[in-house]
Design a protein around this ligand. Sequence first.
Ligand code: SIN
Length: 347
Amino acid sequence: MTFFGETRGRVRRSVAGMSFLPRIRLLATGGTIAGAQTGGERGYKAAAFSVEALVAAVPQLASLAQIEVEQVAAIGSQDMNEAVWLKLAARTEAALAEPEIAGVVITHGTDTMEETAFFLNLVVLSEKPVVLVGAMRPATAISADGPMNLYNAVAVAAQPAARKRGVLVVANDEIHFAREIAKTNTTQVGTFASGHRGLAGLVNAGRLHLYAPPVRRHTAQSDFALAGLVALPRVDIVYSHAGMGRELIDAAVHAGARGLVIAGVGDGNLGAVALAAATDAAKAGVAIVRSSRTGGGVVERNIEIDDDALDFIAADELNPQKARVLLMLGLTRTSDPRALQEMFFAY
Ligand code: SIN
């Protein structure tokens, strides 16, 4: 871990008893926020800049916090995986366990940020702020959004009022709950949306406006934990569509999936042929979660599909990629569909 530039001076001043700025641990994983353009206006390479370079680009951070940096990974978030999640969660918990650390900020690619945020929301057992931040434009782009996003993320993590709200994501002057956020646009800086339950708040040049805290269980009240977790069970997502066959469901089962999330049409539905495959999979002990490909709404039990009879699980409000995260963790505790269903109502 490195103590960075200007903030290193602050740490030294604090040793002399002069600095009362909060201490923030910045864990870097890569992504476009650390990306550089490569071929003129179009190409870019994610994770090109080190975390030290990111902090150096925003000297104003030194007025918010004493920042300590650690490079946990240097990847585009399309390459994020369970092994990095476990390492990142462990580094986050270790930082938060230090009494002097006020909060953690994690730089991350935006593509899978919602999945990482939700995973941390379920396993990091701390009330201190954990804030993920990314950018839609590379650090070298005209009007890069990373520096202001990073500044705002540190401002949120440094605020005691941001505690007990679960893992948060800061982007485009908005604060999102890990459970609610979804990436909704391929390129625009306003890509993130928080659906029906809405934003955690706004952050305007470091000034916070926090809304109501989340109602579902998270972080310190979570029953999940990192302790003893060395791997996660395989869970695949299968996308439903008109004319869907059974082959992809059968292939996932054959590949060893212990759970399947169906990105169902409409209310988490799938046609008769695919439904037969999912029914066979459930009978074979594979947990079947029905989510929706629509991007909004609640998948309820027993509306068009008899979940009680088929031992299926309704994803409630979780989109397919977040349903997969919860199902992976849930399967580390039980394979009983009723108990798994209760988790989807609780988290
Ligand atoms: C990534 O997710 O690593 C690439 C895209 C981005 O960060 O916006």
